[in-house]
Design a protein around this ligand. Structure first.
Ligand code: HEM
Length: 427
């Protein structure tokens, strides 16, 4: 429901807001586009909601990614809400550092995480997708988050990194607990442990120990996987240290996991809620027209993307955004979901238009921290959504949309569950 008064700010970060934040973002863009807000954690931050301001902020070198620049007291210093952030050795990763360290690490990882490696991975993503659909296609109903969107990226990134198949279910369990920590995730298949702070800390610790051991083993026996690529990558004779390689593997897992769960989940949900657009999508798939598939995934990223807010930035000197002065030490959060619905940049921004061609959305960010995993994310989402709607053509939502629960995390936007029904395959 749109907000009608111009003088009272809508409530943010409530459960109603989580279900549909877009009316509140419209209000902010129109009335208070650079707004100082107290977050549920008690930390104060500037929320940036207009497209032009968002682009400027994402590329502004005066906004540091290093939490040490946060002016808040010692209790908040350095805490940005990423699982594992207390584990200092895992935190020297791309999303927490600035040039020149960022430039060096990004260049090194880019040598291993190449678009070519991702393209070669396409048949494996297709195989994983089909195997997951095989798991529920004869049943006539499924929870698409728990049975499809959640396992796909975990198995995909484990395969890419070179985690042996017999260890991948451990990763699935650890990832399930980490998802709980961001506002509730699916059940872990091999246990009922909730995402308590202790449980998440234990998962991160286990994952860290496992990755250190794996890197150690691979160093002695280099293969064709991404971890071996990270170990091999060098720049002017400089290599990643074992700690840096472990932190890199961890951020690839972390940054590529919940985002992909939500891209597939939010994407499938948007298609199910827009029958005309869904009809065009399925029509193009039947004709083998892949051009709509590519624009469709970009539009799903814009319309209801997985990353609602970009990660934290901190002013290192006074700067002005949208006419507002930001003081050194102030935290800044760029609201990608609001910027991507800005009518100043997008025609009919609240309309889902899968064929939209002028679509420079900020769903993957912008500037030097632009998503490193974008080619993998696109591959996974295109494969998952096209296979799902081809194999189960009459897929339908099996719940009232008002009853679906959204996760309440600050950065990510995604459903806790997505119940669907369909005609059983083979019947
Ligand atoms: C599925 C959809 C995905 C979305 C919407 C997404 C979105 C984003 C965004 C918005 C950023 C920039 C954050 C900021 O500037 O604060 C980012 C950075 C990053 N993403 Fe993704 N991501 C996705 C998938 C992936 C995947 C699959 C991987 C890797 C396996 C990945 C790895 C990374 C990394 C390493 C960074 C940090 C880059 C840097 O700081 O230089 N992402 N992503």
């Amino acid at each position: 429901m749109p907000y009608t008064t111009s003088d009272s700010a809508p409530p943010l970060f409530t459960w109603e807001f989580a279900a549909d934040p877009y009316p509140a973002y419209t209000w902010l863009r129109e009335h208070s586009p650079v707004r100082r807000t107290t977050l549920p954690s008690g930390v104060e931050a500037w929320l940036i909601t207009r497209y032009a301001d968002a682009r400027q902020a994402l590329a502004d070198a005066r906004l540091s990614k290093n939490p040490a620049h946060h002016s808040a007291g010692a209790h908040a210093k350095g805490r940005v809400g990423i699982p594992g952030e207390r584990s200092a050795d895992l935190m020297t990763h791309l999303l927490n550092i600035d040039p020149p360290d960022h430039t060096r690490l990004r260049r090194l990882v880019s040598k291993a995480f190449t678009p070519r490696r991702i393209a070669e991975f396409a048949p494996r993503v297709q195989e994983l997708t089909d195997r997951l659909i095989d798991g529920f296609s004869a049943r006539g109903e499924a929870d698409l988050i728990h049975e499809f969107a959640f396992p796909l990226p975990i198995y995909a990134i484990c395969d890419l990194l070179g985690v042996p198949p017999e260890d991948q279910d451990d990763f699935r369990d650890w990832a399930g607990l980490m998802l709980h920590s961001s506002g509730g995730g699916p059940r872990t298949p091999r246990g009922r442990e909730r995402g308590s702070r202790g449980g998440v800390a234990r998962s991160v610790k286990k994952m860290r120990a496992y990755l250190a051991e794996l890197i150690h083993r691979k160093r002695a026996d280099l293969g064709d996987d991404l971890i071996s690529g990270l170990i091999r990558a060098s720049d002017h004779g400089e290599h990643l240290t074992e700690n840096e390689a472990a932190a890199m593997a961890f951020i690839l897992l972390f940054a590529g996991f919940e985002t992909t769960v939500n891209l597939v989940g939010n994407g499938a949900y948007a298609l199910l809620r827009h029958p005309v657009q869904r009809g065009l999508f399925q029509g193009a798939l039947r004709r083998g027209d892949d051009s709509l598939l590519a624009t469709a995934v970009e539009e799903l990223l814009r319309y209801d993307g997985p990353v609602e807010l970009a990660t934290w930035r901190f002013a290192t000197e006074p700067l002005t955004i949208g006419g507002q002065v930001i003081e050194p030490g102030d935290p800044v959060l760029v609201v990608l979901a609001a910027a991507d619905r800005d009518p100043e940049r997008f025609t009919a921004p609240d309309t889902l238009d899968l064929a939209r061609s002028d679509n420079p959305h900020l769903g993957f960010g912008h500037g030097i921290h632009y998503c490193l995993g974008a080619p993998l994310a696109r591959l996974e989402a295109q494969t998952a959504l096209s296979t799902l709607f081809t194999r189960l053509p009459d897929l339908q939502l099996a719940a009232n949309p008002d009853e679906l629960r959204w996760r309440g995390g600050l950065i990510m936007r995604g459903l806790r569950e997505l119940p669907v029904c369909f005609t059983r395959e083979g019947s």
